[in-house]
Design a protein around this ligand. Structure first.
Ligand code: SAH
Length: 354
């Protein structure tokens, strides 16, 4: 198969997608990245959107085999920020120019539905115009509706892998891909801008699994897609498996851009962790979002999903400036606006509400 930068690749057939998922030809990859960049530019220009990430608890009741903060890991020092600490992160983020806050945590039972609602309401009250993004795992539809009504706008829930068989190899029995996918459909239906996503190079993953991920994304049509390499964490069952391939992760970013032209796609911290210019190269492969950390410096290291995570020693202001410099260096323009998906229109009342 040949491909020139001037000619966007034809990705209609499974066979063509599988080819690009697996091809290690650097020229072919570059052509894929060029086509992805061009498509991204046609919707977003050179703008890269900044989201302030607040990792507010690393307690988790789940036991995903890949994740460092899994409940079954006794070696994690657990922490949970108070509402006042969370609001302080937001205030600092606001001063630094952020207009989107992303609240992420493990599935921490202390944060009941009521406490999440309280948090969202408090942030919404103080920051009426900011985007509030939640990334707090699986809940029932009603809970998602309550968070939405309290003021949340967006929700990140990676599906992790769209293959039932592969999902079983990454998660214990009590977790279910069907339920996770249902959460995504519910979130979308309620009116959230929704982020799905997956890891590249998790143990036992095949090219066909990645094809299924892309087909699922085409079906769901999420507004955001998070893609990062699997990185082993020393205290998990997957400690001895190799990390995902950097190049394959970039190709998956580019393919996702080509299949979902208007999606907001972050250049992830995991990508930056496995290569010094990882995030920049992610942008060059079609990503258009970065998520610098706003969590208090004292707890950064404790939110250890994987080993050697970058930027855990920096102050929020340093992260902001560092990312800005890196982005400009590659010809991109930092954009601190809310950055909703191109063409997105806010629905005010959740479907089925009252
Ligand atoms: N509890 C929330 C947030 C999960 S942490 C939820 O269920 O959505 C955010 C993401 O980190 C996960 O969705 C997963 O894709 C990624 N992650 C976890 N462990 C990882 C690892 N070892 N390597 C790379 N990414 C990992």
């Amino acid at each position: 198969m040949t491909l020139s930068a001037a000619m966007p690749p034809d990705l209609r057939s499974d066979q063509a997608l599988l080819h690009y998922i697996s091809s290690e030809d650097p020229q072919e990859a570059e052509a894929l990245f060029a086509a992805a960049r061009e498509l991204r530019s046609s919707h977003y220009g050179q703008d890269v959107y900044f989201r302030g990430l607040i990792e507010f608890s690393n307690y988790c009741r789940n036991n995903c085999y890949y994740c460092g903060i899994r409940g079954g890991n006794p070696r994690v020092e657990r922490y949970r920020l108070s509402l006042e600490e969370i609001l302080r992160c937001c205030r600092l983020g606001d001063l630094l120019g952020y207009r989107t806050f992303v609240f992420q945590s493990g599935e921490d039972p202390w944060f009941t539905e009521g406490r999440i609602v309280e948090m969202v309401e408090a942030v919404r009250k103080e920051f009426p115009d900011h985007a509030i993004t939640l990334s707090i795992g699986e809940w029932g539809r009603e809970s998602y509706e309550h968070f939405f009504r309290a003021g949340a706008n967006r929700y990140l829930l990676r599906h992790e892998t769209a293959s039932e068989e592969h999902y079983r190899k990454l998660h214990p029995r009590e977790m279910s891909l069907r339920e996770r996918k249902q959460c995504l459909w519910d979130l979308k239906d309620i009116g959230y801008q929704v982020g799905a996503g997956f890891m590249v190079g998790t143990p036992f993953q095949t090219p066909e699994n990645l094809l299924e991920d892309l087909r699922f994304l085409q079906e769901l049509e999420p507004h955001m897609v998070g893609i990062g390499p699997f990185i082993p964490q020393a205290d998990t069952p997957f400690r001895d498996y190799p990390r995902g391939s950097f190049e394959q992760t970039l190709r998956m970013v580019a393919l996702t851009r080509l299949l979902l032209p208007r999606a907001l796609i972050p250049a992830t911290t995991a990508l930056g962790t496995i290569s010094p210019l990882g995030r920049e190269k992610g942008l060059m492969a079609g990503a258009n979002v970065v998520m610098p950390n706003l969590s208090p410096k004292a707890v950064r290291k404790l939110y250890a999903l994987y080993d050697h995570k970058i930027c855990t020693g920096d102050e929020a202001a340093e992260c902001r400036l560092c990312m800005e410099g890196r982005i400009r260096h590659f010809g991109f323009e930092p954009n601190m606006a809310r950055g909703d998906m191109a063409g997105w229109e806010q629905r005010k009342v959740p479907a089925n509400a009252g």
